[in-house]
Design a protein around this ligand. Structure first.
Ligand code: FES
Length: 104
């Protein structure tokens, strides 16, 4: 399954992502710029913030209550399709998902 990250300068990285892998893990293990994942996916850093392409946002599921609080603290301003990518796990339904990396 594939996921694409779009950088603030418009450059794109598309990676194969195994089902069950978080999109933060997929990005950090292959050095996608701007995705840090400092807390290792424990919902305590917000350095995995992404803007989900609006066409895909509904498929990523609900923003958790604590995730929402962390998004409010993220370095880049929260947008309507903001998510913490450690909270999104790849599934067949997300094959082809597009994410924008915030400018920080
Ligand atoms: S990796 Fe820290 S909140 Fe997602």
């Amino acid at each position: 399954m594939k996921a694409t990250w779009i950088q603030p300068d418009g450059s794109q990285t598309t990676l194969d992502v195994t089902a069950g892998t978080s999109l933060m893990e997929a990005a950090t293990t292959r050095s996608v710029s701007g995705i840090i994942g400092e807390c290792g996916g424990n919902l305590s850093c917000a350095t995995c913030h992404v803007f989900v392409d609006p066409a895909w946002f509904a498929k990523t599921g609900e923003v958790g209550g604590f995730e929402g609080q962390m998004l409010d603290l993220a370095e880049a301003d929260r947008e309507p399709t903001s998510r913490l990518s450690c909270q999104i796990r790849m599934t067949a339904a997300l094959d082809g998902i597009v994410l924008r990396v915030p400018e920080v």
